[in-house]
Design a protein around this ligand. Structure first.
Ligand SMILES: [Zn+2]
Length: 269
């Protein structure tokens, strides 16, 4: 398990996985607030269309981010995530900005030049890479995604479509809410126990009438269960909620008055 590495390039500040960075044909980044053109509460690298930010600014932000990966907004394929367990495979390179489906929280592809894009502002955004079959995935998982095991489902779909084997995969969990900040009612631990059994008990603790749930460790354990080797998993300790406010939006800290961060991953052509 390694922490992500902070990078600064011109106005952009973003994070990369040390492991994924060793593959020259693979491009990826977890973006922060810095380096975009949006203003006010969306300042500045906002990717969220559902607020009041100007569409032209948001599209410009997509372009700025995709350029870092050596592409542009016309090759972006983005999730329309609504906390589902829907996984969609992208089978050809697009030539215009594309939003997939109505409620799709994971995208996979083996097509070079497709900029897979997902979003986060506390939730986990997970990159998957099968280095043998050259296939990638991006998975959005908040606590609902975790208990619906969307990351396992994405890995299974990569196995089905590309022959991916977990022991040849790398998984990266980006900046996401920490166990001190993720304070919940009884319903979240109950659901976690239903799916994962006693295994998750040590990752949840009571504080008064509330529960603190360590989603990072639950995801880590789930990734190990799928067969991904421990050494192939990078998990960020960064938390948008209690971390640097200049870098992060947090749904828990800010409610709806905020932008959203993107993570992008692409196989270079
Ligand atoms: Zn935190």
């Amino acid at each position: 398990m390694a922490e992500l590495r902070k990078q600064v390039k011109e106005d952009l500040t973003y994070y990369v996985s040390p492991q994924l960075s060793t593959y020259p044909h693979l491009r990826h980044a977890y973006f922060t607030r810095l380096g975009g053109v949006s203003q006010g509460i969306y300042e500045s690298l906002n990717f969220r269309f559902t607020g009041t930010d100007a569409r032209e600014n948001i599209l410009k932000n997509y372009d700025i981010a995709a350029h870092l990966l050596g592409s542009d907004a016309n090759h972006v394929v983005r999730t329309t995530q609504t906390h589902t367990d829907n996984v969609v495979a992208i089978t050809e390179k697009t030539t215009e900005f594309t939003s997939v489906g109505d409620g799709v929280d994971a995208l996979i592809t083996d097509v070079p030049g497709v900029v897979l894009t997902g979003f986060y502002a506390d939730c986990q955004l997970i990159f998957l890479y099968d280095h043998k079959h050259k296939a990638i995935g991006v998975v959005h998982a908040g606590w609902r995604g975790v208990y619906q095991e969307i990351v396992r489902k994405a890995i299974e779909k990569m196995h089905e479509m590309y022959g991916s084997n977990p022991y040849e995969m790398i998984a990266v969990v980006g900046p996401s809410i920490c166990r001190s900040c993720f304070v919940t009612d009884e319903d979240v631990p109950d659901k976690m126990r239903t799916i994962f059994g006693d295994m998750v008990q040590e990752y949840m603790y009571q504080q008064g009438s509330k529960w603190c749930v360590d989603l990072k460790n639950i995801t880590y354990t789930m990734l190990l269960r799928t067969g991904i080797p421990a050494i192939n998993i990078d998990i960020s300790n960064l938390c948008p909620c209690c971390g640097d406010k200049a870098l992060w939006w947090s749904h828990r800290r800010l409610g709806e008055d905020r932008g959203v961060h993107a993570g992008m991953i692409m196989l270079a052509e």
